[in-house]
Design a protein around this ligand. Sequence first.
Ligand code: ZN
Ligand code: ZN
Length: 365
Amino acid sequence: MSRTTPRRPCDVEALFPALAAHRRTATRLHPRHGTPTAQESSVAGPLLWPADEPWPVCTAGHPKGTGHLLADVRLRRRIEEDASGRELSEDERRLLDGMAVGNHFPELRDDAPLPMLAVAQLLAADVPDLDGQEGHDLLQVFWCPFEVHGPDRTIDVMLIWRRSADVSAVPVLSPQPEPPVVGRTECVPNMCVVHPEQVVEHEYLGLLEEKLQEEISAWEEGLLDDEGDIDNGDMDNSSSPVGYATYEEYEAAMAAARAEQPEEIDYQSDLSIAPGWKVGGYASWHLTDPAPVNCPLCGAAMPPLLTVDTWECDGASRSWLPVEDRDADNPLHAIAPVGVHLGRGLMRVHTCPTDPSHPHRLSFQ
Ligand SMILES: [Zn+2]
Ligand SMILES: [Zn+2]
């Protein structure tokens, strides 16, 4: 089933023609639980990785045997998924209680090469905004699942660009290596198929020229005045609301419900930047002031190549929920399918537009 972002609630370029100069396309990936093949674009699926090539490893020095067993992370998610809406059985509870953070492999040295996690495989044939330059039409994304790298102690991302023709007919590596231990459970993506869909985005409000920002803000205020005192449903998202086990469940239920409600229009939430996993488009700076991301080698401004987001949409950005997901049996599958939470929910990989061999950079929200 494909995924379709609803039409934006108004034509923002008709209202503000100057925005045409601040338009980009992005491809929303719409990851959903599934079992992709190595030939397909996917999140955390098998890769078109030649059998005779070494798998990427992390050689940075950090305690590599200490953390959560990857197998436990997956089993815990399966148990919690099976048990959603009912009490855990005794067996299930015993299994969960047996999972512990610890030094599972004390023999692993800090500098031992640890297989990186396969995070995504994207083909330009599926993802129109995937621009690998020079015929590179296949991107494979890995990360080391410990947030301990570099001065900012972040996740370490590796990008491998290929020409799909080079690997489409060679024997694929099987099984594909994985790290036995991960630093945080939220670094482990669930295996997902993707349903790429190209959408139009407009630059983050705070990065538009001042006059345009003022015009948009004045227009938004006018809309609010028109709505009078309708409850706008703002939420305190600091705790799990009554009736929901987790804040995630609550958010999922709210986003699904609100997708049916009359639109309140807001530039930032509805008309500028799509939430969720995507390729291309703009970076949102809703939690920090905008921070320039420039190439460390040539100084070029680096646009986001890949955005990794905990939420495919939330209460504020509910207008982006695909029409196919409005009646989902389990809204969480549509709203937080991947299970990854980096930074304060969002991590972007930026690449140099001038020279693809220049190192990428990460930004977080
Ligand atoms: Zn590492
Ligand atoms: Zn550069």
